[in-house]
Design a protein around this ligand. Structure first.
Ligand code: IFM
Length: 444
């Protein structure tokens, strides 16, 4: 690999961790096998609102092909793999009995990773809430913190001998702001949004305590989606809408979790849901800050919507990925600096990546120079942040595989590996070879 094609990594620490990330519902499939319970995403998929009526039923069939997928990770040379456990697979109704077959799947996966020299990073929750809990109010029910702590205790007891890196939640601001459980996204759902935010924060704090008490040498964090929210025009109304969304998107979870306080502008709305001692329950000592970053978000005012915003036009001059997300590595560098300044924790970038719909060429190869350029520019930006003193310790590409991209179904592909969803054959893309070359070049 010519070194000119590699990013500058000179300022990253010598023990920097290179990894890849995935999540349970997006790759596992086997939704009706071995006693797995229903998740809210199985139900959403049945409403017919997902693009092309796609479902997670077979996804990448990782449940059966995990050995092959760990083989891909080995070929990449990654030191770590971040995945999530499907709560309904290990505890089908969310509470009560555990499902031995589901737990055994994660035993096999973890053992395979360890045998390959890859450190497992386990995320407890990447959006696939057991449907049985949704029927009890889901995250709108304050009891959810107790359900989540019980689930964390099952995970700690089963896997804590082999897994040390735990994340409580992936992107809590995303699944609350865009939750279908809130109903129509108008002003009337704002109270539910605040209740959900507070309950998820309580669940985070409770799970941290459980993991800390039950796993020797646990290293614990939460993974936040941080994208600067910018006004899409010079109008005052758009500036106010962007500033408001910025608080909910970027601060409503990390501020209470890491600093023990809600952002000022949220406090009045959270107050009705607050009980004495809650902030101390939420703000538990953490070992790191998980950062997912893709691109800035452009926002306009819209009076009749929840929080008074909508997505607006992006500046015409900004380059975009094929799925229309701005390419703005400086925003990544600044986000790293902000997180460092605001929370002072070591940062692991646990998601960054490029969405397209690239297909194999006539020879069967998947050539994706756009993804390589994107990753190179973003890693350069991370290096720049590190050179200015930001304590960034790892970088995980989203994603190992093309996978189920939520409302967009399988139409959007983020993988370093192409997945043919009919045959389930995996084909490493050219970006896969590039990332492997980078990791190899980093070895002493
Ligand atoms: O696929 C998602 C992932 O589940 C959460 N972070 C953003 C990714 C790309 O949209």
């Amino acid at each position: 690999m010519p070194t000119t094609q590699l990013p500058n990594t000179a300022s990253l620490p010598p023990d920097f961790i290179w990894g890849v990330s995935t999540s349970s519902f997006q790759i596992e499939g086997a939704t009706q096998e071995d006693g797995r319970g229903l998740s809210i995403w199985d139900i959403y998929c049945r409403t017919g609102e997902i693009k092309n009526h796609d479902t997670g039923d077979s996804a990448c069939d990782h449940y059966h092909r995990y050995r092959e997928d760990v083989g891909l990770m080995k070929a990449l040379g990654v030191q770590a793999y971040r995945f999530s456990v499907a709560w309904p697979r290990v505890r089908p109704l969310g509470r009560g009995s555990a499902n031995e077959a589901g737990l055994s799947f994660y035993d096999r996966l973890i053992d395979e990773l360890l045998a390959a020299g890859i450190e497992p990073w386990l995320c407890l929750y990447h959006w696939d809430l057991p449907q049985a809990l949704e029927e009890r109010g889901g995250w709108l029910n304050r009891e959810s913190a107790v359900w989540f702590a019980d689930y964390a205790s099952l995970i700690a007891a089963r896997f804590g001998d082999r897994v040390k890196r735990f994340a409580t939640f992936n992107e809590p601001s995303m699944f609350s702001l865009f939750s279908r459980s809130l109903g129509k996204r108008d002003g009337s759902s704002e109270d539910k949004l605040h209740r959900m935010i507070h309950n998820v924060n309580l669940a985070h704090g409770a799970a941290v305590d459980v993991l800390r008490a039950n796993v020797i040498n646990a290293s614990i964090g939460c993974i936040h989606n941080r994208q600067p929210c910018r006004p899409s025009s010079a109008s005052e109304a758009d500036a106010a809408a962007a500033a408001r969304l910025n608080v909910y998107w970027n601060a409503g979870f990390p501020d209470p979790q890491c600093r023990g306080e809600y952002p000022l502008s949220m406090r009045v709305a959270i107050e009705p849901h607050m009980q004495p001692g809650d902030l101390a329950r939420i703000c538990r000592p953490l070992d790191w800050f998980g950062l997912n970053h893709y691109s800035p978000v452009y926002v306009k005012a819209r009076a009749d919507s929840m929080l008074g915003y909508d997505f607006g036009d992006k500046p015409a001059s900004l380059p975009l990925t094929p799925i229309g997300w701005p390419i703005d590595p400086d925003a990544f560098s600044r986000t790293l600096q902000d997180v460092h300044a605001q929370y002072g924790l070591p940062i692991y970038v646990l998601e960054n990546g490029y969405g397209d719909s690239g297909q194999p060429n006539q020879t069967g190869a998947v050539i994706d120079p756009g993804r390589i350029e994107f990753l190179k520019a973003y890693i350069n930006a991370m290096n720049e942040a590190a050179s200015s003193g930001v304590d960034v310790r790892g970088y995980f590409v989203w994603s190992l595989l093309d996978n189920f991209e939520w409302d967009s179904g399988y139409s959007i592909r983020f993988g370093l590996t192409y997945v043919d969803y009919a045959s389930l054959q995996r084909t490493p893309k050219s970006s896969f070879g590039w990332y492997a070359g980078l990791i190899k070049a980093m070895q002493p």
